[in-house]
Design a protein. Structure first.
Length: 180
């Protein structure tokens, strides 16, 4: 069987297989393309493919795993990743809710609250509300969802946008706090 016949026969099946495991459309298309590229590269004389279907699914699964590993590595090494966002929130929270009452700490805490209030005021209302409810008032996404009827995933997305915005706007303050 030639590659074009195999492609026609298995393309839609592999697309479905990949779609269940990979979120991004571009990633799905890249994986499918890579599978058939590997098929083109395969040497049928030196390494004959006895079960084409099994071979295709095996290659597809391996490419999905490789791509997943690559994305995880990129997230861990990206300085603007979620880990840094968590550190920003943690550091700012420690300043805001620290029980140390020295005059210097009180002054710094006042500055942090003022900057946070300014940045929160610049957010769209939906993002600001979700951020305040989860970070400042301690509500869970599930509780907010039940009270408002807004899906949890929408709330998570709104908070993520808020955190990204706040991180960018409070980053200089964050660096100053770390250097104290």
């Amino acid at each position: 069987m030639d590659v074009s016949t195999i492609f026609k026969k298995y393309q839609s099946q592999l697309k479905g297989f990949i779609a269940k495991r990979v979120a991004g459309k571009e990633d799905r298309e890249d994986i499918l393309q890579d599978v058939f590229y590997k098929l083109l590269q395969a040497d049928p004389v030196a390494h004959p493919i006895e079960q084409v279907s099994s071979w295709l699914y095996s290659v597809t699964r391996n490419l999905i795993i490789d791509r997943s590993r690559k994305h995880k590595e990129q997230k861990l090494t990206t300085p603007s990743g979620e880990y840094e966002e968590h550190l920003l929130l943690k550091e700012v929270s420690e300043y805001l809710f620290n029980s140390d009452t020295s005059p210097e700490k009180e002054y710094t805490r006042t500055l942090v609250w003022e900057e946070l209030d300014k940045a929160l005021a610049e957010l769209p209302e939906e993002q600001r509300t979700v951020f305040e409810l989860t970070e400042l008032q301690g509500f869970s996404f599930k509780e907010i969802s039940e009270a408002t009827g807004i899906p949890v995933n929408t709330l998570i997305s709104r908070k993520r946008y808020a955190v990204l915005y706040l991180r960018d706007n409070l980053y200089e303050l964050y660096k100053e706090l770390l250097n104290d």
